[in-house]
Design a protein around this ligand. Structure first.
Ligand code: ZN
Length: 511
């Protein structure tokens, strides 16, 4: 039978789309959906109930009691992690912290509880999901504790709060007060623990780390020590998803909303943390279309702090999930109870974490956009060869994502990304290279947006190539990036093409 011309044309179209179909991106992975669906509201509730039952989880409380206080709580979290799967490698990271400031009124042993689910094909690359298990009761203080809160939920960034300065004696007196911390941050820890249970039943390519930090309320102490340790050990952390105060959907003013979550990153355009927050939005809303991700390009709520920040200090991509509807009056108070929060909301944010972490852990590493070492000959005479770069692709600004830091060889100029105007001088010519095993990559997507747009507006699947020419597209007024698509359809983080800022050079003048 002869095929009609129409059928032939259709056939040709199908052939074309077999290689470049939209399904090559924006794919939904069945394993990610399974993980999302297994997150249990009932279990999250039970975890928060148990956390509250310790009376207080104040880092400075009596750690020797088997049923009450910070020692009992951390041991329970450790044992729970252990019980989820023999594949979880569970440990305490113990730090002896010296007496300092008001809040650490004596030397204290601080324990972060860490559970590691080793990756199958890229175990050296880690995705972290975190929260803080310690709680705080600041005792009597002026009602309302005007925003931005009584010293912040960690006073590290502090200073904005007008709350009266408490003395070390006050903190000592308050250390054993009831501090249920159901929302701050029982909600975050419940998400971390529930995801450890669910995700440890599955295989992922990258390593997933579930972290319960201590000492957040003393000034991000547990997370800072953990981030410094990771940096010192050259740990490659692709993303930190921190969860703090993800348990209320009605604010102190009565404003409501359970269909969105704030994701804080930082204020530097195209920083690794901002790219991560774009990823959270794109992947999160793809799997959970009923939930909006508010990417807030700020470090945190004004004048307040959280455990993602110390990871940013070490050059890692890190974001904070938090509700847009906080109740300040309950924070750091005996009224931060299960009754005053919303477990369904916590479960929604936990699922958002699940799809993002699972997607990242099943995706290729973000492509590299600098010349490989030894490849020599930069353009514009910038002869320095980059020794690789971080996942975010930012030379110098952040060197901890993957494959070591980018540093100009021999003290030359800073390396420049592989983006040029092409032979014509009027095109956009992009080059890149894979950061991980090439066999795991199906192809690449070039992303483009105006400098004033928050999100990538154009996404062009270009197939399995390592360069792409966009005719008559100016590289002088647009932002460009590249991401890798895995054989399973998984998407990597975007590596933006960032040009190093021009550095001021001294000019000699003659008298
Ligand atoms: Zn908190």
């Amino acid at each position: 039978m002869k095929m009609s011309r129409k059928a032939l044309a259709l056939g040709a179209a199908l052939c074309f789309f077999a290689g470049y179909s939209p399904a090559d991106e924006s794919a939904v992975n069945p394993q990610v959906v399974k993980v999302m669906n297994e997150v249990s509201e009932d279990r999250i509730k039970a975890i928060i109930e148990k956390l509250v039952s310790f009376g207080t989880r104040n880092t400075m409380s009596n750690a020797g009691d088997a049923a009450r206080g910070v020692g009992a709580a951390r041991q329970w979290i450790f044992d729970q992690f252990k019980s989820y799967s023999p594949r979880l490698e569970v440990r305490f990271d113990k730090f002896r912290v010296k007496k300092q400031g008001q809040r650490i009124f004596k030397d204290v042993d601080l324990y972060d509880v860490i559970a590691v689910l080793p990756g199958k094909t890229m175990p050296e690359t880690e995705v972290w999901i975190s929260g803080h298990y310690d709680s705080l009761n600041l005792g009597t203080r002026p009602a309302g504790g005007a925003a931005p809160g009584p010293g912040g939920d960690a006073a590290a960034g502090g200073g904005a709060a007008a709350a009266p300065q408490l003395t070390p004696a006050d903190y000592e007196k308050n250390a054993e007060l009831p501090a249920p911390g159901a929302c701050d941050d029982g909600s975050g820890i419940a998400a971390v623990m529930e995801l450890a249970r669910v995700m440890s039943q599955y295989d992922f390519d990258k390593t997933i780390v579930f972290a319960a930090f201590a000492g957040e309320e003393q000034g991000l102490v547990g997370s800072q020590l953990e981030a410094e340790k990771a940096h010192k050990e050259n740990t490659v952390i692709e993303a930190v998803l921190n969860n703090d105060i993800i348990g209320t959907e009605v604010s102190g003013t009565g404003r409501t909303g359970n269909a969105s979550v704030n994701v804080y990153s930082d204020e530097t355009m195209d920083s690794p943390s901002q790219e991560l927050s774009r990823y959270v939005r794109e992947i999160g809303e793809r799997y959970i279309p009923s939930m909006k991700v508010n990417t807030v390009f700020m470090g945190d709520r004004l004048g307040r702090g959280g455990d993602h920040t110390p990871f940013q200090w070490e050059g890692y991509a890190a974001v904070r999930f938090s509700t847009p509807n906080e109740i300040y009056a309950n924070q750091h108070h005996a009224t931060d109870t299960l009754e005053n929060m919303s477990v369904p909301y916590t479960a929604r944010v936990a699922r958002m974490n699940a799809v993002v972490a699972a997607s990242l852990a099943l995706a290729p590493k973000a492509p590299l956009v600098f010349r490989a070492a030894g490849q020599g000959g930069g353009r514009n005479g910038a002869g320095a060869a980059a020794g690789g770069t971080n996942a975010g692709g930012t030379p110098g600004a952040a060197g901890r994502g993957a494959d070591g830091a980018a540093a100009p060889a021999g003290g030359g100029r800073r390396p420049t990304p592989l983006i040029t105007r092409g032979r014509s001088q009027y095109d956009a010519q992009l080059q890149w290279r894979p950061a991980g095993p090439d066999s795991s990559i199906k192809g690449y997507v070039v992303v483009v947006r105006p400098t004033t747009a928050p999100y990538w507006e154009q996404q062009i699947y270009v197939g399995k190539v390592t360069e792409y020419l966009m005719k008559d597209v100016s590289i002088d007024d647009l932002k460009f990036g590249i991401k890798a698509i895995g054989m399973n359809g998984g998407e990597s983080l975007v590596t933006p093409y960032l040009y190093p800022p021009r550095v001021k050079a001294p000019i000699e003048t003659v008298q």
